[in-house]
Every structure is written in structure tokens, then in C-alpha cells.
Ligand binder design. Structure first.
Ligand code: TPP
Length: 619
């Protein structure tokens, strides 16, 4: 069932829809006692044109593969989206009045728990990347579904918007339409370009888009522009709509000082009277319309097994590329994204094998992450990779990916001081902390090629954000090809009945711990060595068994700053599990590092075998 077969609605009917969208938005925000009614009022005709003329979607399943998708990048205008979904028949109008209630799925800003929403918005500037991901996904699936994104003019100041604009034009995403609601007001006053709509038009055109300026309150102009957009081929389209914030209500229209303020009951009555009155609706029945599940790729057979020999020297970043290619063979839904570092992250192994399922986001990490969220929302298995340090500039996008309940997978290569000569600007020393703080995230840090391959497969099968940290140097293969790596989990690589301490490492530091084991063994000191390939979730009880067996003496060693990394994960989890530690040494990088040879830096910054040996001695 489609909501609005093209041309089935008269302009008069569309005007009436816009009037109702205004009323529902104002009523809902007044009932909630908070929200952004004036941001909804400027977009009423645009939303009516989109939902009741341009978009084709299944009202019973607006996120279906063939439905056109809509992203409200200016997420604070959520009530007008909820009003449009309600008028379309996705849920009753009475439900809109539960806006912002704890028991309602209609939160203050949209989340994908709401039917018709694919990604959470509300952190401005990200929606166009999500829309580009939805459009790119639709193209991969060879469906005719389009993606529409509504942006505010204030949010056009975000660099992420222009990363997405350049990307969409580069990939000629002609199934993507952006509508900019140029109401010339932001939160705290006039926007940078005020009503200079030509500036936006020129900027979009310079990025390779088809762009036109319209009067955003002239429903005929809105409909005509949306029709032109649909019939434009080869380029994405931008509709720059000149609007008024608060349009339609005399005491709100183009008035500063009303952003984010609901109307009082009296003002609401006056506003509704100005609009010609409105019917009352029955009270909400209390039924939730929350989506039960989000799209997921079909299950796939096990990818080809790892093919290494014990002791082979392979960098985990290289094994990542090999694993991705094998995964691509196992599932046609695997898609890879790069930020112009694919020969460093080894994403190129995948892109050479499957060029059609690869997107180059160029040096635009914010776009890379939100693009991935859009693709994942259509059920693709997305793997995006960059240097781990550069993912930090997309942290807000990663945070919002979690709010979106996205299952996008990210890989950060070149972690820590062990990258060597390139120096501290290229070294990720905060990434574990960053990803550990993401709710529901899985944080993986393999130390050899076999575990890397196995864990890449696990990422593809897991829900939620998955992060893998890979290393630059080649390290010996530690595991046989049939080894399994459950999540949560760790491996005890060295143990005996008289171990003096447990040493936990991952990545390069695990290999340092193994060297320390050999050095200490020569002196007759036994230690237990653990490969913590999964930092989150963590099986603290099982880890506690190992540490208790070594008298509660623990040494952690990590190529990361101490804050939020491996040690803090382990120590906090053990404390919660009631595992008493008798002595702890936390080896980590404690200052801004320097260029140098990898081994030299690992030693100079306190995380080499020599330091581990000394720490064990101190215990
Ligand atoms: C990244 C980010 N910064 C700041 C805010 C706070 N904020 C919410 S709405 C808003 C103004 C938005 O103006 P505009 O995009 O023009 O939308 P309008 O409400 O005027 O349609 C701001 C600054 C935010 N939500 N996200």
C-alpha cells in the first residue's frame, strides 16, 4: 500500500495537510511542554509535498526495501515528521500527542525505533550522509527507492554536510534529494547567510548537484520542484526553499527568540484559530508503534578459513583485508568504505575483488561513518576503515550511530606508538577509550592474523557497533587456523602451576609479553600471559579465575594512553566481579610520543618486554 501515488493529491488537499501538520506540531509541543514548533512550521509545505506527493512508501512498512526513505537531518523538527507519519496512516494522530513521553517511541528527536525513521538525528549536520548511504544502498540493491533529506539552513554550517554533498555528486546519486529549509533563523539569532538562498544554490552546484531555489511555502512550487528532482538523472538534487520560521502564525512568523519554545495553551488556541480551527482527536490508546527489529542482512555461510602457518609474520591490518575479501565472497551484502587510506588499512584487498560494493569516502571520516549508518539501515553489512586516530574526528557520528542502534562495523588501523616513524599525529592512543564508551559496542583488538580473520567474521554477525583495532607491524601468527575466538573471550597463552603474575596484553604488547615470558623463564620466574582480544564485552569472572591463580598480581600492558584503555577495562570489571587484586602495574603510553623506530618507541614509552619484566619484578 502506498501513501501517495504521484498526482493523486490536489494542491488544495496538500495545503490542508500542511495546515494539519502545523496544528499537530504545535499541539504536541505544547502538550509536552518543550520542543521546537517554529522549526516545524517553516517546513510544513515541504513535508506535505514530500509525504503526500513525492514519496512512495508502504505505510505498513515505511522502511521496506522498496519504500522511499526520509531523513529529518534537522531532527529537532521531529513533531512535524511524526505528524506527517500520522497523517499518512503509519500511526494515529493521537499518538503524536505522546511526544517526548517516557512511555512513547516518539522521542524528542527521531530514532529508528519509530517506523519510517532509519537513523537517529538531532546532532545537526549528519543527515545528508545518512541519506547518501540510503541512496547508495538502494542503488546496490537495484531498487528504485529514493532518499529525501530535509536540512535546516543553520546546520549547513557543519562541514559534514559538504562532505556528504561532494560524495553524493561523485557517486552521481540521482536518487537523493536534499531540501534546505532556509528560514534564516538558527537557535540564537540569524543564520550566517540569512535569506541569501543563492549562496546555498551556488555551493550545491559547485559540488556537482542540480540545485534550484523555490518559495518553500508555495505548495505548487514545492510539488513542481520535487517532480523535477525525481526526473533529474546523473546528479543529486538540492531544493533550496525560502521559508519563514514560525510561518502561518502572525505572532511567530520570522520572529527571533522563539526557537525551541512551545506555545502556551492560550497562544496555542490563538494559533489554531488563525489557522481556521482543528478537529479534536480521541486520546492516545497507549499502543506502542515502536519497530520490533531493524533490517539485518540474511545469514551467510562461514567464510573461507584462515590459511596461515604458526610463526608466519603478518600484520593484523593485512589480515583484516584478507578477511574482508573472504567475507565478501560469503555474503553479497558486505560493503566496504574507505577514507583514502585503503592501501594502509588493506581495505583495497576487498575493493579490488568487489569494486561494486566499495565506496570511497575520500578524506571525510564523518561522512564515512554516517554513510555507513545509512547503508546498514538498509540491511547491508558495512565495514568502514581508516587510521584509528582519524576515526576520532567522527566520534559524534559514531555516538549517533549507537543512538541509531546501527550495526555498522569500523576498523582502525595504525594504532599506538608501534607505527613508528610517522610520529604522534598518526598514532591512535585514545581509540579504545572512545569505542569502549559507546553503549553496546564490541571492542576487538586481535594480536595475530588468525584471530583477526575470525573476529572480522564475528563482527559481521553481531548487532551493535563493532570496532576492531589493527596494528601496523608484522607479528607472528600465534594460533592454528581452526582456533575459535568467542565474544567475550581471551586466550591464555602461557601458564603453569606456579605463575607469579598475570600479564595481559593485546596487539603488539602481547608479543612483548611473550618475550618477557621467555626472559623471565630464563630466571626461573613463571608468568601467565593472556591475549585479551576482546575488550568489550569482557568475561570478568573467567579472567578473575586466571588472576586469582597468580595470587591476584596483575600487569597490564597497552599501546594506548592509560585513560580508558585495556587496564581500566580489566581493573574495573574485576572490581565489579569481586576479584581482589593484591598488586597491579599498568604499563601504558603516558606522554605525547615521538617519531622513531617501532621497537625503539615501544621501549622508550614504557611498554616493551623489558618494562614488563621489571614490572613483574616489582610485584
Ligand atoms: C551539532 C549540533 N550543534 C548544536 C545543536 C543545537 N541546536 C539545535 S537546533 C539549532 C538551530 C538549528 O537551526 P537550523 O538548522 O536553521 O534549523 P531551524 O530550527 O531554524 O529550522 C541548534 C544550534 C545541535 N542540535 N547539533
Amino acid at each position: 500500500m502506498t501513501a501517495s501515488p504521484k498526482g493523486a493529491t490536489t494542491l488544495e488537499q496538500l495545503r490542508e495537510r500542511a495546515r494539519l501538520l502545523r496544528i499537530h506540531s504545535m499541539r504536541a509541543t505544547t502538550a509536552a511542554g518543550s520542543g521546537h514548533p517554529t522549526s516545524c512550521l517553516s517546513a510544513a509545505e515541504i513535508m506535505a509535498g514530500l509525504f503526500f506527493h513525492a514519496m512512495q512508501f508502504d505505510v505498513n512498512d515505511p522502511n521496506s526495501a522498496t519504500s522511499d526513505r526520509f531523513v529529518l537531518s534537522k531532527g529537532h523538527a521531529a513533531p512535524v515528521l511524526y505528524a506527517a507519519l500520522a497523517e499518512a496512516g503509519v500511526f494515529p494522530v493521537s499518538r503524536v500527542m505522546t511526544l517526548r513521553e517516557f512511555s512513547s517511541e516518539l522521542e524528542g528527536h527521531p530514532t529508528p525505533l519509530i517506523p519510517g525513521v532509519d537513523a537517529a538525528t538531532g546532532s545537526l549536520g549528519q543527515g545528508l550522509s545518512v541519506g547518501a548511504g540510503l541512496a547508495a544502498g538502494a542503488r546496490l540493491e537495484k531498487t528504485k527507492a529514493r532518499a529525501y533529506v530535509l536540512l535546516g539552513d543553520g546546520e549547513m554550517a557543519e562541514g559534514n554536510v559538504w562532505e556528504a554533498a561532494a560524495f553524493a555528486a561523485h557517486y552521481a546519486l540521482d536518487n537523493l534529494t536534499a531540501i534546505v529549509d532556509v528560514n534564516a533563523l538558527g537557535q540564537s539569532g540569524r543564520t550566517m547567510y540569512k535569506h541569501d538562498t543563492e549562496v546555498y544554490k551556488r555551493k550545491f552546484e559547485a559540488n556537482g548537484w542540480a540545485a534550484e531555489v523555490i518559495d518553500g511555502h508555495d505548495i505548487a512550487a514545492v510539488v513542481a520542484a520535487l517532480d523535477r528532482a525525481k526526473s533529474t538523472s546523473g546528479r543529486p538534487q538540492a531544493i533550496i526553499a525560502r521559508t519563514q520560521k514560525g510561518h502561518g502564525i502572525s505572532f511567530l512568523a520570522d520572529k527571533d527568540g522563539w526557537h525551541g519554545k512551545p506555545l502556551s495553551k492560550d497562544d496555542l488556541a490563538k494559533a489554531i484559530a488563525e489557522l481556521g480551527g482543528a478537529p479534536d482527536y480521541p486520546p492516545d490508546a497507549g499502543k506502542s508503534y515502536a519497530r520490533k527489529s531493524l533490517p539485518k542482512a540474511p545469514d551467510f555461510p562461514a567464510p573461507a578459513a584462515p590459511e596461515y602457518k604458526l610463526g608466519d609474520k603478518v600484520a593484523t591490518r593485512e589480515a583484516y583485508g584478507t578477511a574482508l575479501k573472504k567475507l565478501g565472497a560469503a555474503s553479497p551484502h558486505v560493503v566496504a568504505l574507505d577514507g583514502d587510506v585503503q592501501n594502509s588499512t588493506f581495505t583495497e584487498v576487498f575493493s579490488k575483488a568487489y569494486p561494486d560494493r566499495f565506496f570511497q569516502s575520500f578524506i571525510a571520516e564523518q561522512n564515512l561513518v554516517s554513510l555507513g549508518v545509512g547503508l546498514a539501515a538498509r540491511g547491508h553489512i558495512v565495514f568502514g576503515a581508516s587510521f584509528a586516530c582519524f576515526l576520532s574526528r567522527a566520534y559524534d557520528q559514531i555516538r549517533m550511530a549507537a543512538v541509531s542502534r546501527s550495526s555498522v562495523n569500523l576498523c582502525g588501523s595504525h594504532c599506538g606508538v608501534s607505527i613508528g616513524e610517522d610520529g604522534p599525529s598518526q598514532m591512535a592512543l585514545e581509540d579504545l577509550a572512545m569505542f569502549r564508551a559507546i553503549p553496546g559496542a564490541t571492542v576487538l583488538y586481535p594480536s595475530d592474523a588468525v584471530s583477526t580473520e575470525r573476529l572480522v567474521e564475528a563482527m559481521a554477525r553481531r548487532d551493535g557497533i563493532c570496532y576492531m583495532r589493527t596494528s601496523r607491524p608484522k607479528t607472528p601468527v600465534l594460533y592454528t587456523n581452526d582456533e575459535k575466538f568467542p565474544i567475550p573471550g581471551f586466550k591464555v597463552l602461557r601458564q603453569s602451576g606456579n605463575d607469579r603474575a598475570t600479564v595481559i596484553g593485546a596487539g603488539i604488547t602481547l608479543h612483548e609479553a611473550l618475550k618477557a615470558y621467555d626472559e623471565l623463564a630464563k630466571k626461573g620466574v613463571a608468568i601467565r600471559v593472556i591475549d585479551l582480544y576482546c575488550l568489550k564485552p569482557l568475561d570478568a569472572a573467567a579472567l578473575g579465575v586466571e588472576i586469582r591463580a597468580t595470587g591476584g598480581r596483575l600487569v597490564t600492558v597497552e599501546d594506548h594512553y592509560p585513560e580508558g584503555g585495556l587496564a581500566e577495562t580489566v581493573v574495573a570489571a574485576l572490581a565489579e566481579a569481586g576479584v581482589a587484586l593484591s598488586a597491579v602495574r599498568r604499563l601504558a603510553v603516558r606522554e605525547v610520543p615521538h617519531s622513531g623506530k617501532p621497537d625503539e618507541l615501544v621501549d622508550a614509552f614504557g611498554i616493551s618486554a623489558r618494562h614488563i619484566t621489571a614490572a613483574v619484578g616489582q610485584l
